[in-house]
Write a protein that binds this ligand. Structure first.
Ligand code: ADP
Ligand code: MG
Length: 753
């Protein structure tokens, strides 16, 4: 570290680095986790490339350099030029020690008059500064090197920058950034950029590399004049190279606040370009799909009576009439399935809105046309329940349904695999076991993914790859891809729909089946647990069924399991007159299925459960739900859990038990749950409370494309970016590729998942 070009700074201490060098940090808003695998691969490639071109003599050194930068995704000069500051530090002013105020970050200067290593309360270096007014400031270093003691020797003039605190002996700074300076050392005239970095790559090193690249790089304007006129001119933003220079080297007279909060026109320019790249990528993926072949699944076939189709017979056999909303989405899907290119449709509908039957009708259409359908669900309980329900509907109509899960016995599994491969099973239902290599389909025409937000990007990519490898149904060698229907109860807010999901068609069920009674939600302090137990007893004795959801313990699955078992034991003891079941993730699947079966037959009145029941479970007679430590759950999760009740005609109640003191966001979440049962409203609030990065969830945002634009503050730029993308695609297709390469490079593949 000492050999780094920034050795002018005497602070070599790791704690200081963490504070000031801003190694990447999950909480940094502009930096979303990059696509790890892709980055790593690209890094390998880049390193290999560098090595190829380099003389044997400087190989080790250059490879190391390239390696380090590659870790940050910086392979080319353009990458470096577009590696923009995540924030700025204002080092342009000095505050005299006597005017420092505790609570803020300040920069000041003074001469060391005392320097000692103290041992109480623990080993620490205390350096005392005094300025020409005679005011004093203490610097404290809890981790330090011997070299620092020497460099901050008595008599040295130090320029320090850090948090000012009121200490026991007056004002102090703990682990400030320190520079040894001469008496008249000039101050920087402009803001100092701070770059996203990683261990082993110092700010000074990055700055040098970037400045170097700025000299070499050409960053020509790619937008054709008419497009720039229409979309950039109204934004009043600088040219790209100008913008980039301003951001790397803010001019003295630049609006510093605007640079810092990202509203400066230079930032707007960058964000626009980035959003444009994202829109282009999504739209191109969308158009590409239209060029691919998929089986056309006609609903009406000449020579066949329409009332004899499976579709018609299934409709006839349903125990209820579809809602208008269901009819509408069934129509939208049916139309897509008839087209000869792959559907990619997202079906969103609140919990309990009846998505399963829509999936069944889509599957029936595929089967009518001579294809197989696959239905994938994120949990075994849900997949099992789908299997039970769809078998109940389809087997009486002569359709064979296969069930595939990781926990099947070898013999059963072989039978299921065979049925899928031979095509005797028309519908295959399962967990992600369905996407494993061993599974082959004879004529897979439709893939349905339930609760798609629960699957990670990798899993969706795997499914897509499987779909692409499927055999062509007409035995030609044409590339062929099944239709995809994704279902979710977590509606996607508009800004996300326009960005991350812009290549999907969306169908929405915005109406619940009739006869549902609204769920009443109450917040109850854990102190009133006895009353809650009494209420459970009363409900169960009048024939109602009850869920009791155990607290989420994120740190440890074992602990969570233990808590579930303990909760179950206490409730069994407290409620001897009831039959109490327990279901959790570690239960063998046969046992899980047995408990769920007993619950759906009302042989178990109270079901103690972990979040394994979060999605999909459907027992209409259950009308009371208790969620313990509700403050630990996320909004989407609470909404999903609550959706397990309110499915029958009885008035349902959800009791959210909480333990104080509540955090601000915890309180907001619980209040939202009390105020609304509308999934769209809850998703909107969720986005507001957590921000889109988290909303997407770590697993989905692993692919996040946006480094600079921020969906909360920059949503207004999405619409123009979208329109500009449209024009480029139609009128300037060659520019599209150039723009994408510049902004997305290797990341694009993830965007398509
Ligand atoms: P979700 O959208 O949460 O997956 P489900 O498909 O599990 O909802 O449906 C919830 C319940 O509503 C199920 O018991 C289902 O059989 C029932 N249901 C679905 N559609 C209708 C309808 N049109 N009329 C009455 N009940 C329906
Ligand atoms: Mg469902």
């Amino acid at each position: 570290m000492m050999s780094e070009p920034d050795s002018a700074s005497v602070s070599d201490d790791p704690a200081r680095d963490a504070q000031y060098d801003e190694t990447p940090d999950a909480s940094a808003p502009r930096r979303r986790a990059g696509a790890k695998k892709t980055a790593a691969k690209a890094a390998e490639k880049a390193a290999a490339k560098t090595a190829e071109k380099t003389d044997a003599k400087d190989k080790p050194k250059l490879t190391k350099t390239a390696d380090r930068l590659a870790k940050l995704g910086l392979h080319s000069a353009i990458d470096l030029v577009l590696h923009l500051p995540m924030r700025y530090e204002d080092e342009t002013t000095l505050t005299p020690i006597g005017e420092l105020l505790p609570g803020g970050v300040e920069q000041t200067e003074g001469v060391v008059f005392d320097n000692e290593v103290a041992y109480r309360p623990r080993r620490q270096l205390v350096v005392k500064l005094r300025d020409h007014n005679g005011d004093e400031l203490h610097l404290r270093f809890l981790n330090f090197y011997g070299s620092q003691v020497a460099q901050m020797a008595v008599g040295k003039r130090l320029r320090v920058r850090g948090d000012v605190r009121g200490g026991f002996f007056g004002l102090e700074m703990v682990h400030p950034a320190v520079k040894v300076v001469e008496g008249d050392a000039p101050l920087p005239q402009a803001l100092t950029p701070v770059y996203p970095s990683t261990a082993g790559v110092s700010q000074a090193y990055l700055r040098k590399a970037i400045d170097n690249a700025l000299e070499r790089a050409h960053l020509p304007e790619l937008l054709p004049e008419p497009v720039a006129q229409e979309f950039l001119a109204p934004l009043n933003v600088p040219g790209l190279m100008d913008a980039v220079r301003t951001l790397h080297h803010p001019p003295i007279d630049a609006d510093q606040n605007a640079l810092i909060d990202g509203t400066h026109p230079a930032w707007t320019r960058i964000k626009f370009d980035e959003l444009l790249a994202q829109q282009l990528s999504l739209k191109r993926a969308h158009e590409e799909r239209r060029t691919r072949a998929a089986p056309a699944m006609a609903r009406h076939v000449a020579g066949r009576k329409s009332e004899e189709t499976l579709l018609a017979r299934l409709r006839e056999a349903l125990p209820f009439k579809l809602t208008n909303a269901q009819e509408r989405v069934v129509g939208e899907i049916a139309q897509d399935l008839e087209a000869p290119h792959p559907m990619q449709r997202l079906l969103q509908g609140d919990v309990g809105s009846g998505k399963t039957v829509v999936a069944a009708l889509a599957a029936a259409q595929a089967i009518d046309a001579g294809y197989q359908a696959a239905l994938m669900a994120p949990t075994e309980i849900l997949a099992e329940q789908h299997a039970r329900k769809l078998r109940g509907w389809l087997e009486p109509l002569g359709v064979q349904v296969a069930w595939l899960s990781g926990s099947l016995k070898a013999k059963e599994k072989r039978a299921a695999l065979e049925a899928a491969a031979l095509g005797t099973a028309k519908l295959v239902i399962g967990t992600h076991a369905i996407i494993q290599d061993a599974v082959e389909f004879a004529r897979l025409g439709l893939v349905i993914v339930d609760e798609q937000h629960r699957f990670g990007v990798e899993q969706r990519l795997a499914l897509r790859a499987k779909a692409q490898n499927a055999k062509s149904p007409d035995e030609t060698k044409r590339e062929f891809q099944p239709h995809q229907l994704m279902m979710t109860a977590t509606p996607i807010p508009r800004t996300l729909a326009m960005t991350y999901y812009a290549d999907l068609e969306v169908s929405t069920i915005d109406e619940l089946p009739p006869g549902r009674t609204p769920i009443l939600t109450k917040l109850v302090s854990d102190a009133r647990r006895e009353e809650v137990i009494a209420r459970v007893r009363a409900a169960a004795l009048t024939g109602r069924q009850v869920y009791w959801v155990c607290p989420l313990i994120e740190e440890s699955e074992t602990l969570q399991l233990q808590t579930a078992v303990e909760t179950w034991e206490t409730l069994v003891a407290a409620l001897p007159e009831l039959s109490v079941g327990l279901v959790h993730g570690r239960l063998a699947s046969a046992d899980k299925a047995a408990v769920m079966d007993a619950f759906s037959r009302n042989e178990v009145q109270l079901l103690v459960a972990t979040t394994v029941i979060e999605v999909g479970v459907d027992v209409p007679n259950a009308s009371l739900m208790v969620i313990e430590h509700a403050e630990r759950f996320g909004l989407a999760q609470l909404h999903q859990l609550r959706g397990r009740v309110g499915r029958g005609s009885a008035a349902s109640v959800c009791l959210l038990l909480y333990t104080g003191p509540l955090s601000l966001t915890g309180r907001q979440r619980l209040q939202t749950m009390r105020e609304t049962t509308d999934g769209f409203e809850i998703a909107r609030k969720d986005l507001e409370i957590r921000g889109p990065g988290e909303f997407l969830g770590a697993r989905q945002s692993g692919a996040a494309m946006l480094r600079f634009a921020n969906l909360e503050n920059d949503a207004w730029l999405i619409e123009p970016a979208r329109e500009a993308a449209e024009r480029l695609l139609h009128e300037y297709p060659h520019v599209v590729t150039q723009h994408l390469n510049r902004w997305l490079g290797a990341r694009e593949q993830y965007l398509k998942a």
